[in-house]
Design a protein around this ligand. Structure first.
Ligand code: SF4
Length: 305
């Protein structure tokens, strides 16, 4: 059981909802691609204004969401958040759409335990199909239909205070528990170099729990790292969001800060195992700059074709 304090906001990475059979057969590390950097970075933005905690359910309980519900409700009971944010990556479909059913199920469990907690969903599936979360009788209050960093704190404040939401762009929400409403669209995307480091420090008090819950064949907590987002191409089977071609890079200097923050807070029991980038190799200068940081930080790159 994690020691928890009272918080305003709990950011959760929802599980992808493996079957029980797959969950108990999960023997081979890494158990998944690692704890996603995008929700951790969103948690950092939220932490600038609210007392925040982070629960990487996607990395726990073998992705079996009925077990995850038990962990989640225990933490919610002791930390009493006013708002829960289910957060997934904005660009990678198999980190987002794969989690829809578990997100809906966990939201139902939260609302059954406490009607007053506001539930917000962010991520690629909320961008492309918010109606899978927001429908008459849904336990989820608001889906964000863009990357959330520029609006999340105004949204949390409004949701917690039950203020009107129509002045905040890119939302889909329920009014009177039955009417689906949309706010206006703003296509401004966050400057990837101005965002804070992912909140790896919020994982520190969960290291023992994570190491105990992951596959018996694994002995590390795995992390992901993002050095760019989006892609300049439009392959028909890929993309699918309006911001897809808004390709943005994070400077090597800031990526180094991200890595240093993780290593300082989590030590050698955590390891980067996955680059989130859709198109890491677009700029040779970027690849060389990031590779030199990886050399400095002794991170090995395995190229897969
Ligand atoms: S180049 Fe790769 S990331 Fe970009 S659209 Fe095509 S498949 Fe997707």
């Amino acid at each position: 059981m994690i020691k928890t304090m009272k918080i305003d906001v709990l950011v959760v990475t929802p599980p992808s909802g493996a079957s029980l059979a797959r969950a108990v057969n999960h023997n081979h590390p890494p158990v998944n691609q690692g704890i996603d950097s995008v929700p951790l970075r969103l948690a950092s933005v939220i932490e600038e204004q609210f007392v925040t905690d982070f629960l990487p359910l996607n990395f726990l309980d073998y992705n079996y969401y009925k077990l995850c519900a038990k962990s989640l409700l225990e933490i919610i009971k002791s930390s009493e958040p006013k708002v829960v944010v289910f957060s997934t990556d904005y660009h990678i479909s198999n980190r987002s759409t794969a989690c829809v059913n578990a997100t809906v199920g966990l939201a139902d469990a939260i609302k059954a335990s406490n009607q007053n907690i506001k539930i917000i969903v962010t991520g690629k599936h909320a961008i492309v199909c918010p109606e899978d979360f927001i429908y008459g009788g849904s336990s989820i209050d608001i889906a964000v239909t863009s990357e959330a960093e520029l609006i999340i704190n105004d949204l949390i404040r409004s949701a917690a205070n039950k203020d009107k939401l129509e002045t905040i762009p890119n939302l889909c929400y329920l009014e009177n528990n039955c009417d689906v409403k949309y706010t206006y669209t703003d296509k401004t995307a966050p400057n990837y170099d101005l965002l804070p480091v992912p909140a790896y420090h919020l994982l520190r008090n969960k290291m023992d729990m994570m190491l105990a819950h992951i596959s018996h064949a694994a002995n590390k907590v795995y992390l992901t790292l993002r050095t760019s987002c989006g892609c300049v191409y439009n392959c028909p089977f890929c993309g699918g969001i309006s911001n897809w071609n808004n390709y943005r890079m994070r400077s090597a200097k800031n990526v180094e800060l991200d890595i240093t923050h993780a290593k300082k807070n989590l030590g050698p029991e955590a390891e980067f195992t996955f680059l989130d980038d859709e198109l890491f190799t677009y700029s040779i200068d970027h690849v060389e700059d990031i590779a030199s940081i990886f050399c400095l930080k002794i991170i090995l790159i395995l190229w897969e074709y």
